[in-house]
Design a protein around this ligand. Structure first.
Ligand code: GRF
Length: 219
């Protein structure tokens, strides 16, 4: 069985979408994969309850206990490795990881970011998109690189920016697409149909519709 370890910091709606897909698509039988554990750097993360509700290990590694970033990442890696992961998913994990951590999980560490990278790295992406006046916004799933919100792009979902959008309405539109995008990326990765080879993403039998999600125009 290929284990997925999810790292979260907050409400865990992407985790929830992943768990729902794993269940409805029967990943254990179809691709021999399962979410094995959820780890949070915040004890108060809402997503921990989502994990507990389905009987998953919900582990907390409180960052305040560690003097340095390197020490935290070493402890995090030790915790993750208890589950021998085929894939580590950053599903709203709001913490910058060290290069050593990123290298350790090369090719099996992915992140979901709420913008069409390389635009709008970092925080407050919806606010930044509105301020920039872009008419198309979205979300990206990418392999994690040493640069924050960098690394090879796996798949993207685009949404229109409507006149009158607020940060809230835009965030909700993007989030709905995140919930479609992340599970399908995870499924394709675990099925071996998406791989990182020498720093480039290779696709095997993957349709454009799987990796370029285009939301129908809103009227
Ligand atoms: C999502 O918007 C994700 O793209 C970003 O953090 C947010 C996490 O939301 N990295 P949730 O905890 O999955 O609901």
């Amino acid at each position: 069985m290929k284990n997925i370890v999810c790292l979260i910091s907050g409400r865990g709606s992407n985790l929830e979408a992943l768990l729902a897909a794993a269940k409805s698509e029967q990943w254990e039988d179809t691709i021999g994969a399962r979410v094995a554990a959820v780890i949070s750097n915040c004890a108060g993360a809402g997503g921990l309850a989502i994990a507990q509700a389905v009987g998953l290990p919900a582990r907390v590694l409180a960052q305040a206990q560690f003097a340095t970033r390197a020490a935290f990442d070493t402890a995090l890696a030790a915790l993750i490795d208890e589950y021998d992961p085929a894939l580590v998913v950053l599903a709203g994990f709001m913490r910058v990881l060290t290069g050593a951590f990123v290298d350790r999980y090369g090719g099996r560490l992915i992140n979901i970011h709420p913008s069409l990278l390389p635009s709008f790295r970092g925080l407050a992406t919806h606010q930044a998109a509105l301020a920039a006046g872009v008419r198309v916004h979205g979300a990206t799933v990418h392999f994690v690189g040493r640069e924050v919100d960098g690394g090879p792009i796996i798949a993207q979902a685009a949404v229109p920016v409507a006149p009158g959008d607020t940060e809230g309405t835009l965030a909700a539109r993007v989030l709905a697409q995140e919930h479609r995008l992340l599970p399908r990326c995870v499924r394709l990765l675990l099925a071996g149909r998406i791989r990182l080879v020498a720093g480039h993403v290779e696709y095997d039998g993957v349709a454009a519709a799987d990796i370029a999600l285009l939301e129908p125009m809103i009227q």
